[in-house]
Design a protein around this ligand. Structure first.
Ligand SMILES: [Zn+2]
Length: 372
């Protein structure tokens, strides 16, 4: 089934079942086939296969024997010789075999767009890896919650107007192909096959991160768009996380020099010697929004995210404290903090909560539906 047809079929989820949404008890539509997702793996490089390599160009299919093809500057090479120009995009398939790229093995097929290497794969096969990379732990109900969240996130982020849907890193969801899959991740995906989180008939934007540190963040404060089901709420379940609290120590001089350098980069102006750094504003959840820097040449404002990057902090949920000739940055949690707290989900599962209850806790007023 083409991607367009699938999107048309699941469009009611995106649009909230236009006209039907307000009717009580209406059953959401289901689709018969699981959709595919397109993940950007990289730009150019070698693709290897143990089986035949099939290049689909227009209505023709060219068969190459097993081995390696090189993708570079919008062209496909074999043993250093150009074999194809990639005019718009080209499909490459591998029979029923996996293919290798950048040291990892993947299922599915490849779409080459210019030199972009895009892996097209049915969602459930993609989730076998994502669930293992993002949610592997000893608590099955937490992994199930993770599988539903990752599936929902994927479906919600399918894009008609882009060459690919998601990237393979934590900017979307970590995806590392066949060898990252585990027995647990496969069995949990199979058990929750097609289950998604919905709010008033729409697929939700199922954000999640490692550890909220005691309170989840509001999506408006992080992604600029508020969602009723992604409001900040307390979480007493992630205290078991190794990232629940953390601290970094700097000498005063080192700390001030780092801040001075960062302002120089950010504002294009040397602030001179830094005299003090103070947290000025926090968001509703307590995460740092603005920091004021008093320096020789004036007063400067830096946003919390820039400070987080500057000191490579795990989150914006921190305090800056001065003791003697040291500066301490003491913080909580890891990640943006919006939506499901993965360590909180583990904590809830340890207390006997089921995956639906976990999902409802972090995605408020939502329910779980079977899409396919
Ligand atoms: Zn938490």
């Amino acid at each position: 089934m083409s991607k367009l047809k699938i999107l048309i079929l699941i469009l009611p989820f995106f649009l909230g079942c236009i006209g039907l949404e307000k009717r009580e008890g209406v059953r959401l539509g289901r689709i018969s086939t699981e959709p595919c997702v397109r993940i950007l793996l990289g730009d150019g490089g070698d693709i290897q296969s143990d089986g035949n390599i099939y290049i689909h160009k227009g209505s023709k299919v060219y068969k190459l024997s097993s081995g390696t093809i090189q993708v570079k500057d919008g062209k496909i090479y074999r043993d250093g010789q150009k074999v194809f120009d990639i005019t718009s995009s080209i499909r490459v398939t591998f029979g029923n075999k996996s293919f290798g790229y950048n040291g990892l093995l993947y299922w599915g097929e490849v779409i080459l767009t210019n030199s972009l290497i895009i892996n097209k794969i049915p969602i459930e096969s993609y989730l076998y890896s994502v669930v293992a990379c993002e949610f592997e732990c000893g608590e099955i109900e937490a992994i199930k919650a993770g599988a539903c969240a990752a599936r929902t996130y994927t479906l919600r982020h399918l894009k008609l107007d882009n060459d690919y849907d998601l990237v393979a890193t934590e900017a979307d969801q970590v995806y590392r192909g066949v060898n990252s899959e585990t027995k647990n991740s496969r069995s949990v995906c199979d058990k929750t096959r097609g289950l998604v989180c919905v709010y008033r008939g729409k697929l939700i934007d199922a954000r999640y991160s490692s550890t909220c540190g005691g309170r989840t963040a509001d999506s408006k404060d992080v992604f600029g768009k508020g969602e009723p089901y992604l409001r900040s709420r307390s979480c007493n379940y992630c205290k078991i996380s190794p990232h629940y609290s953390w601290a970094y120590k700097y000498s005063k001089q080192n700390f001030r020099e780092l801040v001075q350098d960062r302002i120089k980069c950010l504002k294009g102006k040397d602030p001179g010697q830094v005299r003090g750094v103070k947290i000025k504003k926090r968001d509703k959840s307590g995460r740092v929004k603005e920091v004021i820097v008093e320096a020789k040449n004036g007063r400067f404002t830096i946003n919390g995210e820039d400070i987080r990057k500057l000191f490579d902090l795990k989150s914006r949920y921190f305090d800056i404290k001065s003791r003697g000739d040291r500066i301490y940055i003491e913080g909580k949690g890891w990640g943006h903090g919006v939506g499901m707290c993965s360590w909180g989900a583990i904590g809830m599962a340890k207390k006997g909560k089921g995956f639906k209850e976990i999902l409802r806790y972090y995605y408020q007023e939502t329910s779980v539906k079977k899409l396919y």
